[in-house]
Design a protein around this ligand. Structure first.
Ligand code: 13P
Ligand code: SF4
Length: 349
């Protein structure tokens, strides 16, 4: 039986108040954040107004590694996570004494869904000689089974480190990121076959055509994309790394193969530059997500107000699962600190 490692109190429909005045709503949210000693931690893919609110209220907008670090180090008693469930769960695993609230309890991730804990445990049991490295886009129960948790910004460094020690790797769940890490590090990796429904849709042939039509452009690719797309990249990296590249590279134009929510921060850090969405369509394409994550889209300002008003969508994690999962996450954070690898968010971007 798969272990139910989390539970979320659903938002009651009675709590959903229609609101018309955005500035009044924002002022109301700001007051509630202060009154509840709460801080908003947002991912780069969520709506611009949530990113702006996080920045304006002493919260944080970043990639998944740095969101975890920020929530862990911040003194607030409540962490409000604008992102998807694995991000909220990671925050709770690291901060059991804090209240962690999600804006929508249904905001999941296809990678997390592709890797059920019981099937994953069987896979690990069949390969006991391998070091288990899982991507952060997984449930608490999967993390509890891992030796290491990694995010896209630190996956190559961690696997490189393990490979130098002669370790063989069992990797889950993202096949594209796994193959990319394998290619860069040369490590022996056994790879689970999950995929991100957003990045899986980027098309290499169409990207090559777009690149030819824009010789002035640099191509920025998140490593959850297929190998053919990664092969055309000038920069492959986490969301933070791609934003940094948009700011620092001299190119006037960028073709970006990741969720288009990232364009808000790219425009902010590199005003005047042009950002083009990498192609997902074309003849025979079956794009369902079209460069935007349907679960990140579930995060809205109205839901943030409702969650602050009602305390709904609190994350709870089974304590036995949490105590195991925290070891593999803390190992990543300690590694990041010891190698000075941590991307320090705003300062760097
Ligand atoms: P980052 O850690 O690069 O922000 O990626 C998280 C994610 O879910 C990408 O789809
Ligand atoms: Fe998951 Fe993909 Fe959405 Fe990121 S963009 S949260 S990997 S489904």
């Amino acid at each position: 039986m798969q272990q139910q490692a989390f539970s979320i109190t659903p938002l009651s429909s009675a709590a959903q108040t229609p609101r018309t005045d955005r500035s009044q709503l924002i002022a109301h949210i700001k007051r509630m954040l202060v009154a509840q000693n709460a801080v908003l931690v947002a991912h780069y893919y969520v709506a611009p107004e949530l990113q702006e609110l996080a920045d304006e209220t002493g919260g944080y907008v970043s990639d998944s590694l740095d969101m975890a670090r920020f929530g862990h180090e911040h003194a607030a008693k409540t962490l409000i996570v604008a992102g998807v469930r694995f991000m909220g769960e990671t925050a709770k695993i690291l901060n059991p004494e804090k209240r962690v609230l999600m804006l929508d309890s249904a905001a999941t991730c296809s990678l997390d869904e592709d890797c059920p804990a019981d099937a994953f445990a069987e896979f690990c049991d069949a390969h006991p000689e391998r070091t288990v490295v899982v991507y952060s886009n997984t449930s608490a129960a999967v993390k509890a089974r891992a030796d290491w948790v990694v995010t896209s910004s630190i996956a190559v460094k961690v696997v490189e480190h393990l490979h130098k020690q002669g370790k063989k790797i069992l990797w889950a769940p993202d096949k594209h990121l796994g193959h990319y890490v394998q290619q860069v590090t040369g490590a022996d990796m056994l790879i689970w076959q999950g995929a991100c429904i957003v990045h899986n849709e980027f098309k290499a042939k169409l990207l090559a055509d777009m690149k030819a039509a824009h010789p002035e452009a640099a191509v920025l690719v998140h490593p959850e994309s297929p190998a053919g797309v990664i092969a055309l990249a000038d920069v492959v990296g986490s969301t933070s790394a791609l934003i940094k590249a948009a700011k620092t590279l001299p190119n006037p134009t960028f073709i970006v193969a990741t969720d288009n929510g990232i364009f808000h921060k790219m425009h902010e850090v590199a005003p005047g530059k042009t950002f083009l969405e990498a192609p997902t369509g074309g003849v025979g394409a079956t794009c369902k997500s079209c460069a935007h994550c349907p679960w990140m889209e579930m995060n809205t300002l109205d839901k943030l107000a409702q969650v602050l008003e009602t305390g709904a969508n609190e994350i709870h994690i089974d304590e036995a699962v949490r105590q195991k999962a925290v070891i593999s996450i803390q190992r990543m954070l300690d590694f990041a600190k010891s190698t000075q690898y941590m991307v320090m968010g705003k300062g760097n971007v």
